[in-house]
Write a protein that binds this ligand. Sequence first.
Ligand code: 4AD
Ligand code: MG
Length: 447
Amino acid sequence: MGLREMNVANETGQMTAITIEQVGRYDGQEVTLKGWLYNLRESGKLLFPIFRDGTGIIQGVCALKENPEAFESLKGLTQESSVIVTGKIRAEKRAPGGYEIGVSKIEIIQRVPESTPFPIQLKEHGVDFLLDQRHLWIRTPRQAAILRIRAEAIRAAREFMDGQGYTLTDAPMFTPAACEGTSTLFEVNYIDDQKAYLTQSGQLYAEAIAMALGKVYTFGPTFRAEKSKTRRHLTEFWMLEPEAAYVEFEEIMGLGEGLVSAIVQGVLKNKSRELETLKRDTTKLENVKPPFPRISYEDAVAVLNKNGNPAKFGDDFGGDEETIISSSFDRPVLIHHYPAAIKAFYMQPDAQRPELALAFDMIAPEGYGEIIGGSQRIHDYDVLVGRLREHRLPEEAFQWYLDLRRYGSVPHSGFGLGLERTVAWICGTEHIREVIPFPRMIYRVYP
Ligand code: 4AD
Ligand code: MG
């Protein structure tokens, strides 16, 4: 028995289940698929079901004459009923995915009652409705493809970071103080009336771990009480945060380029079917390889002015500004040397021009905005204490962080990559709420 047959039939001759993703390897063979009925078109003595199993969709054909029993089971079956389907796979150019299944047997695991039909039909629905039904919406092919691309982005990111000699580690979710500004902190009533906050970034802890392990990265959820109602903001999002001892500004920018390129190339290579489901124009992603263009903050202001935008030194860039700057490049652009005054307290000042911070943002193409924010960190004790005071941050809460500058302080750098913004750009979605299974936004914590 050849390897192919062995995969399909077990010793008793019963069909072994395969996934829809694998059907290309089973042309002409009888297989079993475990999934759900996605759609059913009836045409007299022929039924054209579409099945889905989470890995893809496949069109089926069932004729009354050839398979009366299967025909009767399938006829009138409701959308999203769970089914185990057996039949022969055959190449069919016109079918989505290039194959179809000739249904010979169907076992219904649960029939969705006619009285309570699946709420999401194969037509356009409003986004508020879909978000209320998010637990069901994720079953649709487009949403499933996005979540699979998200998984590949994470896999590729971790593979890259591990390959660069960075050790995965974890920062706490409950924190005693702000990392990225007090205005977006979620306060939590901790035990015995102590106050704690949900983390905005694992960075400060990653810095401590970098002094212990050298090169590290965290990857986990972070929280911002953002009152922004834009297509780029969630209140809960995932961030990958490298932090490295003895690594300075240039090197950390290079790591950011390598990481983003590895993620994009990983998705192009391993999730091409999903990108196709999304009808993503992949030519726009193929060029995403280092080196990325770099532009100083001051040059960026000049570019904005040339394009009729009134930005001046000291302004923070919003979405409009980012879109103007990124529009002249076919890959992400790094903006560096921001005014220290508009950036976080921990950023290292430039040696020649201390009014500038060794900070960079990476802006995605096609209007997806900032996907990375990073910097070299202040390693000098006195400079850091000065910054804490200027930013009116509670020194008490930062004593442990100051310890890192008391005991063998070294230059070090890091950044945070926003997973959802990165995946939204790769998928070409309109809003980042689609790229996380259950989005948390300013007015939404259900379901
Ligand atoms: O630029 P941010 O605020 O940087 C930090 O938190 C640093 N402490 C990271 C570090 O150096 N370790 O956030 C980093 C990235 C942004 O570039 C963006 O991609 C994403 O996190 N991000 C958000 N994504 C979704 N919703 C929000 N509300 C986000 N805020 C930031
Ligand atoms: Mg930022």
